[in-house]
Unconditional design. Structure first.
Length: 296
């Protein structure tokens, strides 16, 4: 195998937590040569038995190939691990969870070291990696040229969805979806807590939640349409004045059941503030702009 061939087919992976290990196994299963490094060396031993090359340090790992994937704890870890490593001519693909600002700064950092940079946001959990039918995918953004060169390899662990040249876009969409998931899990937690001391078994609550939330999903498209048009009052089915008033019943029910209201209060308070500001006739999509911080 020539050096040039190794550069374009080999994947260098820094970071072997659960997600990094899943990515490594997917690449190995697809026939890619893989060089791995992890701060705790023992994490690499099972992968070595499966055919991965284990590097002694980050510099040795990076020297093995052009495509360098970082899957670490946070953005600070990426900077620490790659400090002093020669990145000239490399393509750094960072799938570490980070903020949009961190991703943009890391792209500038990489460019100053002669590397192309692509940021990634993984929309999957480790058991979904390497399983195409799972529906898992990763957002990518940054260098379009680097992504195009490595798209085939990057599509092996999960689907690969390129979002554009702004390195911060993948992180933005990643965190936006994770934030929505947090809200959903907060709702799960409160709903199960309400029923916890009742005769309704958790399995029945789950069955009802799955059906109800599936029925509510089209609201996302309705939010988008109202935000794009700027019309928050035409055809409103349940305005914010009604929702804010109904929230009181949710809070009283929680109190009767001995359940903390801490997961409900922030959204309820936001509705109350918007109604007090004159937005009672508006749809809930209007709360998006209410939530934005005043840039002044």
């Amino acid at each position: 195998m020539t050096e040039n061939t190794a550069d374009t087919s080999r994947v260098v992976l820094l970071g072997l937590g659960d997600m990094g290990t899943a990515f490594a196994r997917a690449w190995l299963a697809a026939g890619h040569p893989v060089t791995v490094w992890n701060r705790t060396a023992s994490r690499a031993e099972p992968l070595a038995a499966e055919g991965a090359d284990v590097a002694a340090d980050p510099a040795a790992a990076v020297a093995a190939g052009r495509l360098v994937v970082t899957c670490l704890l946070d953005d600070a870890s990426v900077g620490s691990v790659l400090e002093g490593v020669d990145l000239a001519g490399k393509d750094v693909v960072d799938v570490t969870t980070s903020t949009p600002g961190e991703a943009r700064a890391r792209a500038e950092w990489a460019a100053a070291r002669g590397a192309r940079f692509v940021s990634g946001g993984i929309m999957a959990v480790p058991p979904m990696v390497g399983v195409p039918e799972s529906g898992g995918y990763t957002f990518y953004s940054g260098s379009a040229e680097a992504f195009a060169e490595h798209e085939k390899a990057l599509s092996v662990p999960t689907g690969a969805r390129f979002q554009g040249g702004d390195p911060g876009l993948a992180a933005l969409l990643d965190v936006a979806l994770l934030s929505a998931m947090d809200g959903m899990f907060a709702g799960f937690t409160h709903a199960f807590a309400l029923a916890r001391r009742s005769e309704v078994p958790p399995a029945r609550v789950a069955e009802l939640l799955e059906g109800w939330l599936a029925a509510m999903l089209p609201a996302a498209g309705e939010f988008a349409a109202r935000l794009e048009s700027g019309d928050f009052t035409t055809g409103v089915v349940s305005n914010l004045a009604m929702q804010a008033h109904g929230e009181k019943t949710l809070l009283r029910t929680a109190e009767e059941a001995g359940v903390s209201t801490e997961l409900l209060l922030p959204y309820g308070d936001l509705m109350v503030r918007h109604v007090a500001a004159g937005g009672g006739d508006e749809d809930g999509a209007a709360l998006v702009d209410r939530l934005l911080k005043d840039p002044a």
